[in-house]
Design a protein around this ligand. Sequence first.
Ligand SMILES: CC(C)(COP(=O)(O)OP(=O)(O)OC[C@H]1O[C@@H](n2cnc3c(N)ncnc32)[C@H](O)[C@@H]1OP(=O)(O)O)[C@@H](O)C(=O)NCCC(=O)NCCS
Length: 167
Amino acid sequence: MIIRKEGFKDAAGIRLVHEAAFEQPNEANLVDALREDEAAQPVFGRVAVTDKGEIVGHVLLSRIHIGDISSLALAPVGVLPAWQRKGIGSELIRQVIEDARDAGESHIVVLGHDSYYPQFGFERAIDYGIEPPFPVPPEVFLVLALERNGLRGVSGIVRYSPPFSAV
Ligand SMILES: CC(C)(COP(=O)(O)OP(=O)(O)OC[C@H]1O[C@@H](n2cnc3c(N)ncnc32)[C@H](O)[C@@H]1OP(=O)(O)O)[C@@H](O)C(=O)NCCC(=O)NCCS
C-alpha cells in the first residue's frame, strides 16, 4: 500500500472509491466538479494504492473562504468498504494536511465526525467564530490551524465553492 498525490489517470479509480464508500454518486461528482471549478483551486488530492495498482482510498482539499480569507475544505474522504478501519483514511488525511502546510496554506475546515477529526488537531470552528453557511451541530463543524496562531484574526461565515451546492 502506498499513498501518493493523485494524478489525471486516477480519476476513474477515485470515482469508484467514493461511489462505494458513500453508496451514492454525489461525492464522486463533487470531486470531478471541484477539479474543473476555477474557484475551487488549488486542489490537493491523495490516493491510497495497493501493490496491485488498485485505488482504495482518496482524499481531497479544495479552496474555500472564511469570510474573505482563503482557506481549504477537506471533502470528501473515502475508503473502499473492504479496506476501511485499517488506518488508510487517517494516513490519507495526515499526508494531505502536510501537502497543504508545505504549500503555505494556513487552515482547513471540515464537516465531519467529532470522534474522528480531533486526532489530526481539528477543533470546533465556532470556538474561533468560524461558522457554517448552513445549520449543523457545532460539534461537527471543525477547523485545523496549519501553523502556530494560524487562526488568529480569522473568523466569519464559511463560503464554499459552487460545486458544493450540488451535494
Ligand atoms: C470515514 C473513512 C474515510 C475513514 O477511513 P478508514 O480508513 O476506515 O479510517 P481509519 O482506519 O483511519 O480509522 C478508523 C476509525 O475511523 C472512524 N470511523 C470509520 N468509519 C466511521 C463511521 N462510519 N462513522 C464514524 N466513525 C468512523 C472510527 O473512529 C474508526 O476507529 P475504530 O475502528 O477504532 O472504531 C471511511 O470509513 C469511509 O470511507 N467511510 C464512508 C465515507 C465517509 O463517511 N467519509 C467521511 C465523510 S466525508
